[in-house]
Each structure stands twice: as structure tokens, then as C-alpha cells.
Ligand binder design. Structure first.
Ligand SMILES: C[S@@+](CC[C@H](N)C(=O)[O-])C[C@H]1O[C@@H](n2cnc3c(N)ncnc32)[C@H](O)[C@@H]1O
Length: 307
């Protein structure tokens, strides 16, 4: 019977031969999932036997990885903000760079124990909204997506993370329905986050096999110039953001100026550019103007006279 140590070595060699960049790491993750053990068990206990069933599962996973399917797609899960998210065919595989948006909003929001209202436009797996809710214990949030299947996946993630009572997932075409429901005339949202599709049609054709083939096109396709979603968000964000509230929007490479111009055209103030860990421009951060202070009375108020 094969052992964990030998299986990892063999898997690493197979993946390396197929040109997988981090063959050793990926073989270890796939082996752990196939053998239903914690990642790293094969290092601590290399002589532990691998059952025939686990070996068959591992072979299947390795074949898929050799065909360049990402590990997260094979396992159906991705870690984001140290939380584990289920993926489905309808959801983007969340990218670690998107954590930049979560971090920026948390830095700006001040006290975290306030009853904040959050909105995530294009929620996918729900990763951005649920990461924020996990850090803001009294906050409540809505995740919106055009895909019913993505919203259902996000709902399951909220359940699994114990955040279902503070979240709702709805289906819609950007925020049109929320705007016409008049939310902007009510309290509005304290925080809005969005990672919209922003890849140009031209770039979509040339994406790496790991990207284009396994992420749903609706999560990537930003239209001819990549800016369709920003134009849609431009109309909604100023209406939906409460005075003094913050919005963080992810952008693609080279889009800092064009996405900013599209969003500012809708009435948002100039943004702050957010950079990811590699120092690449990754997002735009907006703060809605705070309400003007009430005008001071022209005369000192007259004190009530005692009867
Ligand atoms: C880049 S993915 C981001 C998913 C998730 N927020 C994340 O960061 O992993 C964009 C999401 O926007 C959704 N989307 C695309 N067009 C939309 C529209 N017109 N209205 C609402 N959501 C849309 C897609 O279904 C997809 O889930």
C-alpha cells in the first residue's frame, strides 16, 4: 500500500512534469484532501498508509491539476481573509488581492462595534461582505449578484460561517432595484464594497488557462473597454452611500484613471488609490461628503421663562 510521503513525492513529480508552478504545494493540498487529513500530515507522518480509495481520489485530483484546473476549483473551496468559502460554477474563485478592499474599509471605519449597514455589489461567493461582517460584530449586510446560483452559494457560506442572521443575499442587476426602492433617500449604507467584472473583451481571450476557463465569464467580462460595471456603479453609489460613508471598488491593471473618471462622473468625490501587497493599484476608495453642520442660530435661543 502507498504511503502519504511516497504519494506526495509522486504527485509533485507528475505536476512538475505538467508545468505546474508550485507542484509540491499543490500535491500536498490535493493529497491532504484525498486522504481526509490536515495539510502537512504527510510531512509529520510520511509512512502513514494511503487507502486505495484515497489513492483513486488523489489520482483524479492530480489529473485535473495536470490539466491546469486550479486547486481551489478541484477542492471546491478557497480561503479568503482566513475564512473558508465554498465555490461553485457561478462564483469567482476569490483572489487574495481583493483583501485590500476589506483592509482599507476596516482601517477607515473607526469603532468596529457600531450597528453598520453594508452592501456588496457583485457578491459572488460572498467573500468580501462576509469577511467584513466577521470583523464587525454588530453590522448587517446585503450581498447582491446577477446570478441566482452565486447568491445561493453566498447564502450557504454565510450559514457555514455563522453570519446568516446578519446577512441577506439578493439577485439584481447592479443596484438598480435598491436605488429605485429609494434606499438612498433613507439611511443609506455605511460601507459599500464591490469587485466588479473589469476585464476587457480583448484581454479575456488571452487569459491564463487557470483564469478564463474556470471562472464564470459573467464574473470577468467588463465589456469592450472593461468599464461597463463602473459606469453602472457610478449612478448608484452616490445615492446608496450614507453621508460620510465609505465605498471601496476593485480595479484592474491600468484602470486607475479610467475607472476613477467613470465613477467620479456619477457624482462621487475624488478617490484614494488603494495598492495591494505587491504595490499594484488594486482599488479606489471613496468617502461620501459628511452632512453639512446645522447652521448656528442667528441669536442665542431664548430660555424658557419659569411659569
Ligand atoms: C469579479 S466577480 C467578484 C465576486 C466576489 N465579490 C469576489 O470578490 O470574489 C464579479 C461578480 O459580479 C457579478 N455581476 C456581474 N454582472 C453583474 C450585474 N449586472 N449585476 C450584479 N452582479 C453582477 C458576477 O456574477 C460576479 O459574481
Amino acid at each position: 500500500m502507498a504511503t502519504l510521503g511516497a504519494a506526495r513525492a509522486a504527485g509533485t513529480a507528475r505536476l512538475a512534469a505538467a508545468g505546474v508552478e508550485d507542484a509540491r504545494r499543490d500535491a500536498g493540498l490535493l493529497l491532504a484532501a484525498a486522504a481526509e487529513v490536515e495539510p502537512g500530515t504527510e510531512r509529520a507522518w510520511p509512512e502513514r498508509p494511503l487507502t486505495a480509495e484515497a489513492q483513486t481520489r488523489y489520482d483524479g485530483y492530480l489529473r485535473r491539476r495536470e490539466a491546469r484546473e486550479p486547486v481551489a476549483r478541484i477542492l471546491g473551496r478557497r480561503e479568503f481573509w482566513s475564512l473558508s468559502f465554498e465555490l461553485s460554477e457561478a462564483t469567482l474563485d476569490p483572489r487574495a488581492d481583493s483583501e485590500t478592499l476589506v483592509e482599507a474599509l476596516l482601517e477607515r471605519i473607526g469603532r468596529r462595534d457600531r450597528a453598520l449597514r453594508l452592501l456588496d455589489l457583485g457578491t459572488g461567493s460572498g467573500c468580501l461582505l462576509l469577511a467584513l461582517l466577521a470583523e464587525l460584530p454588530r453590522a448587517w449586510g446585503v450581498g447582491l449578484d446577477r446570478s441566482e446560483a452565486a447568491a445561493a452559494t453566498a447564502r450557504r457560506n454565510a450559514e457555514a460561517l455563522g453570519l446568516a442572521a446578519r446577512s441577506a443575499f439578493v439577485v439584481g442587476d447592479w443596484a438598480g432595484a435598491l436605488v429605485s426602492a429609494g434606499d438612498g433617500g433613507g439611511a443609506g449604507f455605511d460601507l459599500i464594497v464591490s469587485n466588479p467584472p473589469y476585464i476587457t473583451r480583448h484581454e479575456l481571450a488571452g487569459l491564463a488557462p487557470e483564469v478564463g476557463r474556470y471562472d464564470p465569464p459573467a464574473a470577468l467580462d467588463g465589456g469592450v473597454d472593461g468599464l461597463d460595471a463602473y459606469r453602472a456603479l457610478a449612478a448608484a453609489l452616490p445615492v446608496l452611500l450614507r453621508p460620510g460613508g465609505w465605498a471601496a471598488v476593485e480595479i484592474g491593471a491600468g484602470q486607475a484613471d479610467s475607472a476613477s473618471a467613470a465613477l467620479v462622473a456619477g457624482g462621487l468625490p475624488s478617490p484614494v488609490l488603494l495598492r495591494d501587497l505587491a504595490e499594484h493599484p488594486r482599488g479606489l476608495l471613496f468617502q461620501a461628503p459628511a452632512p453639512a453642520p446645522a447652521p448656528a442660530p442667528a441669536h442665542a435661543p431664548i430660555a424658557d421663562k419659569p411659569l
